[in-house]
Each structure stands twice: as structure tokens, then as C-alpha cells.
Design a protein. Sequence first.
Length: 250
Amino acid sequence: MSFGQVAVGLASVVLGLHHLRNGAEKLRAARSRNQMVALDGLELSLTRGNPRRAQRGRGMFHDSGRRAVRLPNGQLVDARMRSYHIRTLNDRIKHLRERVNIEKRSPEIYTFARRATSKKCGDRWCIPEKDNLGEAKAIFKAIRNNVRYTSDIRGVDTYQNPTRTLGMNAGDCDDYTTMTCAALESIGIPCRFKVIRTKGANDWNHIYAQAGFPRQRPKKWVSLDASVDKPFGWEAPPFMVAASRVFPVG
């Protein structure tokens, strides 16, 4: 078994495909589905819109104004809903990349990553110092334990800042991806996005994070798809995938 891969049985593979098809319909690049909405770090992409209007670009066309919202963790935050036009997969990736590069500096993500990786087992650290693979596994586990997969608003694609995902304990594939990459990069581990189109799908329909090792000059990229109930390192096997692309975060 090669680095970053896991063995799965047929039943497990079928279950994984079910999750990908039904839980990750986010990165559709169809021209008629190209508007986005934002909730103060919560970004939404409308799947229905006016294609002619959308050709104007990524400009904002609606703003709800700020409102006080209490998150599940008890935190009271100001929220606002903003709507944007999005035209292409690259536009969406650019937006997600911006979320990671801003949020990897946030105190919440910085603290979350260190709490996940700095636990003691007796007199020793559970993860030896500079064990980057062990750190990535710990972050993956912490995200799986703290974020519940939750689908988008009906007819609306949702993009959250990682701090919002952490505060609400909920998100879907792109939210897991940006939170994972922000947490990894906050402790110095390189991260990138991998986008796939599963066989039978018309558009790009899933995204997940990949961590690079060694961190100075990565030669191996290990998948961290926290949006499905699979182990660290699992990703859709080749017979499921019609096409794939990778995008650097930095």
C-alpha cells in the first residue's frame, strides 16, 4: 500500500461514492449556475440565476446589512448576507483560496490546530515534535469530531470562512476543505485543493484538501477528505473519477 492510501472493501467504496454524489455538489461550473452570496464570511453560490446578468463578473448585487447572530458555541457575532456573481471554477477556487490565506492567521484556527496537535500522553507528547504526518492526522480527527456534515440551503451553494465552520460545528465539502487547509497551514504544513468530477457527473462535484510531505519540498500529497466518513488518507479511487485537478493554496 503506497503512502497516503488506504485499503477499502467494495461496500466501503460504494458508500464513499454515495457520499460524493449526494453530499458534494458544490463546484458546479455550469454557466447558468453562477451567482454567489456571502454571510460575513459565510459565502453562498446560488445555483439559479440570470446568466446574462452573471456575465458582468463577480460584482456584489445584494447586501442584507449586519445582524447579530448567536452561533452554536454561544458566540455572538455580527453577520451580513452579500450576494456575488461567480462564473467559473477558477473564480470559485480563487474565493476559497482567499478564505484559507486569511483564516490561517485567525486566532481561532491557530488555537484549534495547536490544541489538536499538542496533547500529552503521560509525560510525553502524544505526537512527537516535528512529526508532521502525525500532526495532519490529529487535525483531520479533530475536524471530523467537531464539524458535522450539513448540506447547503436548497438551491444555494454555501461558502463559509473556517472560523464560521468551527463556530457553527457544521459545513460541507468546501467548508471542510478550507478549514482543513487553514489549520494545516497555521502549523506550517503545505496544503492544496483537489477537485474531482465523478463518473456520471456533468460538472466538478467534489473538493477536498491534500497535505504535502515533507513540508519544505513536498513530494507526496496525502488526502484529507473530512466530508465523508472515511479514514485519513482516503480519497475516491480511480475507477470512480472521470477527471481531477489540483490547485495550490499559497
